[in-house]
Design a binder for this molecule. Structure first.
Ligand SMILES: *Cc1c(COP(=O)(O)O)cnc(C)c1O
Length: 183
């Protein structure tokens, strides 16, 4: 069995275990395979193992792989910043309502990357901030269905806090060589 297939199975098992431990339906947590810095051939390998949804951080890199793999029915998610500014929690409600009002965009939810923490309780506390922000926006009338929190190191804590879309790179594709992923 190829390494990527085995890694995908291991990640899926982690997702399922974490969902069950949280009393959630494992089917309510989707896996996005984050392929940044890895070549199209590895995306193809993950596809052969059954993975359809992929995340990319850099538009140019994404376009190259989308082109190379255009014959496959893949679902691509851009998860990198389009601009260098990220939104601080205080500004979020105003921003979310403004985006939701744009006619050609549909705001689906929030993606968050908290400061990394080793301690699971601390991971959960940080993810909880994102969940509470999403709940607040929903209570204010926005129809949101996506909370994208959780990566290779902390997906269990994120699922416990309600993640619907975990974004997993290194646990599937291995370590990234380049420093670009710090960007
Ligand atoms: C790189 C990246 C990931 C994946 O991180 P891993 O720790 O490799 O799982 C997830 N989300 C975003 C936005 C990323 O840039």
């Amino acid at each position: 069995m190829g390494a990527i297939r085995a890694n995908l199975q291991a990640v899926s098992a982690r997702i399922e275990r974490a969902a069950r431990a949280a009393g959630r339906d494992p089917g309510a947590v989707r896996l996005l395979a984050v392929a940044k810095t890895h070549p199209a051939a590895l995306v193809d390998e993950a596809y052969q193992a059954g993975q359809l949804a992929f995340g990319e951080n850099y538009v140019q890199e994404a376009l190259g792989k989308m082109d190379a793999l255009a014959c496959l029915p893949l679902e691509w998610h851009l998860i990198g910043p389009l601009q260098s500014n990220k939104a601080p929690p205080q500004q979020l409600p105003e921003l979310a309502h403004a985006v939701a009002a744009l006619p050609r965009l549909r705001l689906r939810g929030l993606m968050a990357i908290p400061e990394p923490a080793r301690d699971v309780a601390l991971q959960r506390a940080r993810f909880r901030v994102a969940r509470e922000l999403l709940e607040r926006l929903a209570a204010e009338g926005l129809a949101l269905d996506t909370l994208s929190i959780g990566m290779s190191e902390d997906l269990e804590a994120a699922i416990a806090e309600g993640s619907t879309l975990v974004r997993v790179g290194s646990a599937i594709f291995g370590a990234r060589q380049s420093a670009r992923d710090a960007a």
